[in-house]
Design a protein around this ligand. Structure first.
Ligand SMILES: [Zn+2]
Length: 289
């Protein structure tokens, strides 16, 4: 049995995985003070069953050394030292959580070639998988596609400090930002209170003018970003996941249209698919790092 661990801001999901399927999931609360002691104590209970442990880290990690996890407020953690401390004999590997999800989706789809996974959530993240392996990159920044500078028009400030990043216009928060930008200029029935990306896209599906305007613009940014990735990585498949992707084929088809418009001729037939595993992708991918 392999163990894939997905560390999130509120919970840690520990999956016992066999043959690319989760056989058992253990969920523990994310308490920064005792986070890794909690995780390793739990793993220790299953020690005899497990022959590999993979960590999906919400942050920057290289060679099992976690530089920082900004959302959890922890930094400088050496998983190899913890492995010794807890007397774990099997291999431990780690990667960024979006990279793990990318690997999970590729494995689930039997993709032994190459793929890029893009997750559209509160932010925009991603991961690049080649020949069944996650590519972290020299600065462990491979897959940070949320920071492709794609928008020349609005130039919203990004959390990274730059302006016009993909994340500022194609994340759940970016979608609401565009909604507010165009609210006065387009007809709409979308209620202003508690508006979110799902509501905006649901209205778009029902033909709302403002909803469609936002959806088209978001799809164009994404199609353009994928066209950029296509000529640098030339993957077989793009997988689109995350909460925003719950909009489904309605969104994917539009992204495909814009991808065709902007992509290099040799990459026109790159597949663009909805991710299938939801929040299980991280655990499954981590188990096969
Ligand atoms: Zn950015």
């Amino acid at each position: 049995m392999r163990c894939g661990i997905d560390i999130g801001g509120t919970t840690v999901k520990i999956g016992l995985v066999d043959n690319y399927e989760i056989k058992e999931t253990i969920v523990i609360e994310t308490k920064p003070e005792t986070l890794f002691d909690d995780i390793f104590s739990k793993i220790n209970e299953y020690k005899d069953k497990i022959d590999f442990i993979g960590f999906g880290i919400p942050g920057n990690v290289k060679n099992n050394y976690i530089n920082r996890m900004p959302n959890i407020g922890l930094s400088d953690i050496d998983l190899n030292l913890l492995k010794k401390k807890y007397n774990i004999s099997c291999d431990i590997k780690s990667s960024n959580d979006a990279n793990c999800a990318a690997l999970g989706e590729a494995l689930f789809d039997n993709n032994n070639d190459s793929s890029y996974f893009i997750t559209l959530g509160t932010g925009v993240g991603g991961g690049y998988v080649l020949d069944g392996k996650v590519i972290d990159g020299h600065h462990v920044a491979c897959g940070e596609i949320g920071h492709i500078r794609i928008d020349e028009k609005h130039q919203y400030k990004c959390t990274c400090g730059l302006f016009g990043c993909l994340e500022t216009v194609a994340s759940a928060t970016g979608i609401v930002r565009l909604f507010n930008e165009y609210y006065k200029d387009y007809n709409t029935n979308i209620p202003c209170d508690n508006v979110n990306a799902k509501v905006i896209f649901d209205y778009a599906k029902a033909g709302d003018e403002l909803g469609l305007k936002v959806l088209e613009e978001v799809s164009e940014y994404l199609g353009k970003a994928l066209a950029i990735l296509a000529v640098t990585n030339d993957v077989k498949t793009f997988y689109i996941g995350g909460g925003v992707a719950e909009c489904g084929e309605f969104l994917i088809n539009r992204i495909k249209n814009y991808y065709l418009k902007y992509s290099f001729y040799a990459c026109k037939n790159t597949e663009i698919k909805l991710a299938k595993l939801g929040n299980k992708a991280g655990m499954i991918g981590a188990a096969y790092l």
